[in-house]
Design a protein. Structure first.
Length: 166
């Protein structure tokens, strides 16, 4: 077994009880084999991104230590989504559209990964305040390949509309 890596996960939902879906997903991450949750952010209400004609999202981020390789960790994230009722096979799904739950592997150590089905750092992370604000809460100093640190990337985005929930 390797020494492991720090991985950062972005969570979001905007259908049903979105806040509860995100909270449940954070709890599910505690049960992922070979992973230990180091920190979870507060929940944030954020405006929709990309496809803006939809309800606001609830977003959060989790920083964890894992011994799973990136694709195995991604498989665990997709299992959590499926358990929450998300069906990624729906051909009619709108890109960046409404979601019961969305878990994204944002960062995995300092690795840059470009494989079918997985790009790390997440391709739009540097432009997404809804992901960077909660991520900076739990991983501000974490290296973000191509952008310095998470905190450095956050300084480059407009955070208006991202509101922490109590």
């Amino acid at each position: 077994m390797t020494t492991g890596a720090t991985a950062c996960i972005g969570l979001g939902a905007n259908l049903g009880d979105a806040a509860q879906a995100v909270r449940d997903a954070i709890q599910a991450l505690h049960a992922v084999p070979e992973c230990r949750v180091l920190a979870a952010s507060r929940l944030y209400r954020t405006p929709a991104w990309g496809c803006t004609d939809q309800p606001d999202f609830i977003n959060a981020a989790v920083r964890l230590h894992t011994h799973l390789p990136p694709l195995a960790l991604l498989a665990q994230l997709l299992d959590i989504e499926r358990h929450a009722g998300r069906d990624r096979s729906d051909a009619a799904a709108v890109r960046w559209g409404p979601r019961l739950l969305d878990l994204d592997l944002l960062l995995y150590g300092e690795q840059v990964i470009d494989e079918v089905g997985l790009q790390v750092p997440h391709p739009h992370l540097h432009a997404r305040a809804f992901a960077l604000v909660p991520l900076a809460e739990v991983a501000a100093e974490v290296p973000f390949p191509g952008h310095g640190t998470v905190a450095d990337a956050l300084r480059g985005v407009d955070v208006r509309g991202v509101v922490a929930l109590a």
